[in-house]
Design a protein around this ligand. Structure first.
Ligand code: PEP
Ligand code: MG
Length: 933
């Protein structure tokens, strides 16, 4: 029997001289030996590397070859692969034929192959697969004869035409479905499996007509031509929209390309002793150590993963085929030990013989990631240091996902499906991905929708992304919906079989009730329950013992401080519970939005002169002071950075257009309507309807005075405090009076007063002088002194450029990367979405720079400002408080350039802590990021 030496040998002795130095494009595996190995994911992709490794360890893997990713990149560059790829593929095919003692698509025992994609990082279902390749009008007869099962042979052939037609020839799937459904109807059959060999032959004839209609040629009968076309189609599928979209949301580079795996077919649909399944060595939702899998007898792989038929739990296999079950357990346990991580595997049983088709590190929820990491340390499989890399920082959200508040309403359980991805989701039903996008608006929180589908397919990805939760009526724990939502950290209930989803009618039927688009339902992804109506959700607790344990391993590595952005005591308390070591940004303007404060705030803005403004500020002072007392108390022992007033003042006033309409229509309003208007303008001093005319006119005048064409570049930030110094005075007084008050109570208070949006040293000096003067006054009045700092936000490129100057006055810097990104790119942070989708689709930007710090541009300003600032003031404390402060890759960058801390919203504190620890640990340990991707 042939071994694997042939392809290599043939290449080496090839005729042309430069061939010897040609890259190795094709890697063979089979006969117990592989050209590649498990570490070659860059070249072979995850699947190809896994197949090579399994073959090398002697596992039963159907033989084949992997065409490496460089060929895909070549295809992307030139629209075709080089002759050398064709030549090496031919050679590998020859080896495969020799090893199998079969010929591709010919002879009495034709060789059939699968052609599958396989990128470095797993992208479940995003690219294309073709099975049963090699079948044609002749070989199908041979297969029928040899298997003694004509139905199986014709079913395999019709699947090939369908997959090939759809993937390679780009014929809509619906055209094939129509033919198939018509045949079932004609035969009065419900299930696919009820059609017999004769029916399927007729289906094949119809399918061929579909192919001819679309492509103006016959379905290719030459198996080698099929193979080349299929290979190229898989390369092309790297660039399909859903694959691009998946890469974007998972931060996978577009440059990588996919490998193509060509592998001898084994059949799970050869009858009752055949089957196919998938599984995990541990539970991917909870992390529990249990053999976890699902399978279907007499089925092909696609039937399991696509969720078309609901598979049965793997324990059933133990009953029906105990030997195969035991072998599978033994193999997968070995695989887990070998890879030292939880495995996600696929297998096929062909007439009682087990074959392993794939193994890879399994995707898992955050809960499972933490639990599996801890178990593996306890089992001695990995070290504690490795364990901290087994959890993606963003996965810690799973510990923070809400639960349903069962007391908030009647709990009527409509159905129970599989708890595919934990958490709770409450929203309005939509039946298609496009409706989800249309209805959800921006971000799932804005208008929560639940995407209800019979099953999801990769085409639904854009809808899944915006939905608050996903419900499917078919499919198992490894269905597309389950796998993808777990990756997204999104609640999902899958395979709720009692529910009937009728997409065309826009209906969901269950328990004799009909639900339409827009009806509310609640999902519990932790138990699998589907509940009628709109329940509330309760926030989670972050004191899970296993999470605490993992954090206790990671924390000693962390060098970067983690603070929270919090404006009110409740958020400060929450942030401390998540491990925040201070407040990095307290936006004082948020404190003015309270019902009692806003009229005074408005009065201050409306003030015609300093006297009036001071009067309003006097009213605000005690309220600000008590807010600060609350925040200082919550942060006892930790620093609290308080920013002086920042936003454009008109944000607190009514819109100019609304005022104009109200003035124009006032005389026509009924008494009732006028009273409603008085209520609306009561904060501006309206008491009775007679006041309205005068008041609205005055308001409009002031709004027009305050109107700016570019408010974000306008009268805001330190410019406010410089033009109205009494505002900074009042705020400084509130801060220091509060600080002195809590200090007297024994609270360790460390105020840091932060001046926003400075661009020059003189601005900083102006505001710092006010703060320091007021501090002295308060300390003198109260007879107590408190240590404090005065610093600035760096939010403008000019500030970064003259950071050495500004540091003469500023005792700390905090990078406001929201504004710094806005001002560096010149993108309006509120309007960028008009441009961004195109920029990302065109590859002009790789990521949203407002979400992930732009290291090359904004990052360089940060690095430079930090260096320049520290030249002037070596002990300058430097942090970041824009949204990037809680995003793992940005946190890593902040660590690398030596920032003292990052500050983020309370719910991202855990993520930032782990990201900062990983950044430092990978530096120290030179650990290759072993994260699950
Ligand atoms: C920033 O600009 O990054 C910042 C934190 O300030 P704000 O978002 O309030 O403008
Ligand atoms: Mg800002």
């Amino acid at each position: 029997m042939a071994t694997t030496i042939l392809p290599e040998a043939e290449i080496e002795v090839s005729k042309s001289e430069d061939k010897a130095s040609a890259p190795k494009y094709v890697y063979f595996f089979g006969g117990g030996k592989a050209d590649g190995h498990g570490k070659m994911k860059d070249e072979l992709g995850g699947k190809g590397a896994g197949l090579a490794e399994m073959t090398n360890t002697g596992l039963p893997v159907p033989p084949g070859f992997t065409i490496q990713t460089e060929a895909c990149r070549e295809y992307m560059r030139h629209g075709s692969v080089s002759k050398e790829v064709d030549r090496q593929m031919e050679a590998a095919l020859a080896s495969l034929e020799t090893l199998q003692e079969q010929k591709l698509g010919t002879g009495e025992n034709p060789l059939l192959v699968s052609v599958r994609s396989g990128a470095k990082f797993s992208m479940p279902g995003m690219m294309d697969t073709i099975l049963n390749l090699g079948l044609n009008d002749k070989s199908v007869e041979a297969l029928a004869k040899r298997s003694g099962n004509p139905r199986f042979a014709y079913d395999s052939y019709r699947r090939l035409i369908q997959m090939f037609g759809n993937v390679v020839l780009e014929i809509p799937k619906a055209d094939f479905d129509e033919v198939f459904d018509a045949k079932k109807k004609q035969r009065k059959k419900k299930l696919d499996t009820e059609l017999d060999a004769k029916d399927l032959k007729e289906v094949i004839a119809e399918y061929k007509k579909v192919v001819k209609k679309y492509t103006k040629r016959d379905f290719p009968q030459d198996a080698r031509e099929q193979l080349v076309m299929a290979r190229d189609a898989v390369f092309r599928s790297w660039e399909n929209d859903r694959a691009k979209h998946y890469r974007r949301i998972n931060n996978i580079s577009d440059e990588l390309g996919t490998a193509v795996n060509v592998q001898a077919m084994v059949f799970g649909n050869l009858g009752d002793t055949s089957g196919t399944g998938v599984g995990f060595t541990r539970n991917p939702a909870t992390g529990t150590k249990e053999f976890y899998g699902e399978f279907l007898m007499n089925a092909q792989g696609e039937d399991v993963v696509s969720g078309v038929r609901t598979p049965v739990p793997i324990v059933e296999l133990q009953k029906s085929m105990p030997e195969v079950y035991n072998q599978l357990r033994e193999i997968t346990t070995r695989l887990e030990k070998h890879y030292r991580d939880m495995q996600d595997f696929e297998f096929t049983i062909q007439e009682g013989k087990l074959y392993m088709l794939q193994t890879r590190n399994g995707k898992r929820t955050g809960l499972a990631a933490v639990r599996v990491a801890i178990q593996m340390v306890e089992e001695g499989l990995i070290t504690k240091e490795e364990a901290i890399f087994r959890v993606e920082p963003n996965q810690l959200y799973d510990f923070l996902v809400p639960r349903l508040d069962e007391k908030s309403g009647k709990v009527e359980v409509l159905a129970t499906g599989l708890p595919a991805s934990p958490g709770a989701a409450v929203g309005q039903i939509v039946f298609t991905a496009d409706e989800a996008v249309a209805k959800a608006g921006h971000g799932a929180q804005k208008n929560p929708v639940i995407l209800v589908r019979a099953e999801t397919t990769p085409e639904d990805i854009h809808g899944m992304e915006v939905a608050a939760g996903i419900l499917t009526s078919r499919g198992g724990m490894t269905s597309h919906a389950a796998v993808v939502t777990r990756g997204m950290g999104k609640c999902c209930v899958a395979g709720a079989g009692d529910i009937e989803v009728i997409e065309k009618a826009g209906e969901m039927r269950v328990k004799g009730q009909v639900f339409k688009e827009g009806d509310w339902i609640s999902l519990d992804g932790t138990t699998g329950r589907v509940i009628k109506g709109k329940l509330s959700t309760v926030p989670p607790k972050a004191d899970d013992p296993e999470l605490t344990k993992l954090m206790s391993w990671s924390e000693p590595f962390r060098k970067t401080g983690v603070r929270a952005n919090a404006d009110i005591p409740r958020d400060a308390i929450q942030a401390r519970a998540f491990g925040a070591e201070g407040i990095g940004l307290c936006r004082t303007e948020h404190m003015f939005f309270g019902e009692k404060k806003i009229p005074h705030m408005r009065a201050m803005i409306m003030a015609r002169d300093e006297k009036e403004r001071r009067a309003a500020l006097k009213k605000l002072l005690p309220m600000q002071r008590s807010d600060f007392i609350g925040v200082f108390g919550a942060m006892d022992g930790f620093p609290v950075t308080i920013r002086t007033l920042d936003p454009p003042l008109h944000e607190f006033l009514p819109r100019r257009e609304d005022l104009m309409v109200d003035i124009a229509t006032l005389s026509r309003l009924s008494v009732k309507q006028k009273k409603a208007l008085v209520a609306r303008y009561k904060d501006y001093g309206a008491k009775k309807t007679g006041d309205l005319q005068e008041l609205l006119k005055g308001l409009l005048k002031r709004v027009e005075e305050l109107h700016e064409f570019n408010p974000m570049l306008g009268h805001r930030g330190c410019r406010l405090g410089i033009t109205y110094p009494e505002i900074t005075e009042m705020q400084a007084r509130a801060i220091f009076e509060a600080a002195v008050a809590v200090a007297k109570e024994g609270v360790k208070v460390k105020p840091e007063v932060m001046i926003p949006l400075t661009a020059t040293l003189k601005e900083m000096a102006n505001q710092a002088a006010i703060v320091r003067r007021v501090a002295d006054e308060v300390f003198k009045e109260k007879g107590t002194t408190v240590k404090y700092l005065v610093g600035t936000m760096i939010e403008l490129p000019r500030a970064a450029l003259v950071a050495d100057e500004i540091a003469k006055e500023a005792e700390f810097f905090s990078f406001g990367t929201n504004d710094l990104t806005q001002t560096t790119f010149g993108f309006s942070r509120d309007d960028v979405n008009k441009v961004l989708p195109t920029y990302i689709a065109e590859g002009i930007l790789k990521q949203d720079p407002f979400a992930v710090l732009d290291r090359e541009g904004v990052g360089q300003l940060i690095r430079m400002a930090t260096e320049r600032g520290r030249k002037t003031r070596p002990d300058l404390k430097v942090g970041i408080c824009g949204e990037h402060g809680g995003e793992p890759s940005s946190v890593e960058f902040c660590y690398q350039i030596g920032l003292n801390y990052v500050s983020c919203s309370p719910f991202r504190v855990l993520t930032a802590r782990l990201a900062a620890a990983q950044a430092a640990a990978s530096d120290l340990l030179k650990v290759e990021g072993g994260r699950t991707k």
